[in-house]
Design a protein around this ligand. Sequence first.
Ligand SMILES: Cc1cc2nc3c(=O)[nH]c(=O)nc-3n(C[C@H](O)[C@H](O)[C@H](O)COP(=O)(O)OP(=O)(O)OC[C@H]3O[C@@H](n4cnc5c(N)ncnc54)[C@H](O)[C@@H]3O)c2cc1C
Length: 329
Amino acid sequence: MTHNKKIYQYLNKIVPLRKCSDHEFLTYVETDNQFYHYPLHVTDLKKMPDKKKIKKELKKRSLLKIKNSKNMEDFWINSIGKTLYNKTINTYNKKMWFVDSTKKIDTFNWSPKGATLKSGPRAAWDKAISCYPKKLNGYNDFFDLPKKRNLKILFNTNFKLISLKNKIFEINKVKKKFDIVISTISPDTYFKNKIYGELKFIGRDFHKIVFPSKEIFPKNVYFLYYANKEKFTRLVEYKKFTKHKSNTTLIGMEIPSHKGKHYPLPIKKEIEKSKKYISKFPKWFYSIGRAGTYRYEVDIDDCIEQALKLKDEINNNFFEGAFPIKKWL
Ligand SMILES: Cc1cc2nc3c(=O)[nH]c(=O)nc-3n(C[C@H](O)[C@H](O)[C@H](O)COP(=O)(O)OP(=O)(O)OC[C@H]3O[C@@H](n4cnc5c(N)ncnc54)[C@H](O)[C@@H]3O)c2cc1C
């Protein structure tokens, strides 16, 4: 998904993309035994057993309060009221971020007008470009580009940092000094004694389940979210994206875990910590991608945007800092 037309056009040339802007997110709310849309849609309210209470709470909304929200809990309660917040946001986010209160989530691009109840199309990304590769090999042609250019790539190879300041690494027992380093891993990896403390990430356990049906989720639904105490956050029916033809369907279950560094925390203290590490990187040492930027909001389109900007800087022999795109500073 992207709002960036240029990045869409760039990728679409290499990996022709099929638009899927019609897809809807559904969230299961156990107390109501109902699936509701995410973002919440006005028609969902009619299905809720406590709709009168919700309407009263919605009437009490104040723009000033929303604008002054300090954390995730404040923002959502001020935007949609306590009842809707408890149904859809509270437990889901505590589970997603391993926190005991959503007050701890203190960064997010708050909209000063608050999160609205959607009307019109039910699709989550009807105003963005949402797409997936048309070809059955997915994104492979993009990742195979370096092979065509005869570049030397070392897979499954460990490195040892010898000198950060001089960009010297030991690879396969040979010490090498590099002119440019482009890192896409957690910035604290380069600091053995983790002077500012370890950077926190949330990981995922993934389970794959095959079902004996051509399709399981309703039409236009690719993701199902679960906002209750079940351990998983999301189920994904991959076939909806890939259009793979089969009499069976593969469902992926995502369970938040401490395995893997998939999600940097959207917490100011952690982001500030990542900046301290990044400020120690020498000239011509880039830190990009989701983990390298240490920002949860960095998606595939942002990674490509960062890489293209960095390419320009290298071509023009002009290094501006570890982050080529300044909005992430
Ligand atoms: C479940 C899930 C769903 C997502 N869905 C979408 C989506 O629909 N659309 C979207 O745009 N984005 C999505 N994202 C985000 C997207 O996947 C990331 O933004 C993107 O993959 C980041 O690319 P990257 O190159 O920075 O990092 P990655 O793709 O994570 O690559 C980093 C690589 O570094 C390796 N690595 C890590 N540490 C070390 C180390 N110490 N030494 C050597 N190697 C190391 C990792 O194994 C990995 O291969 C999703 C992410 C997740 C987790």
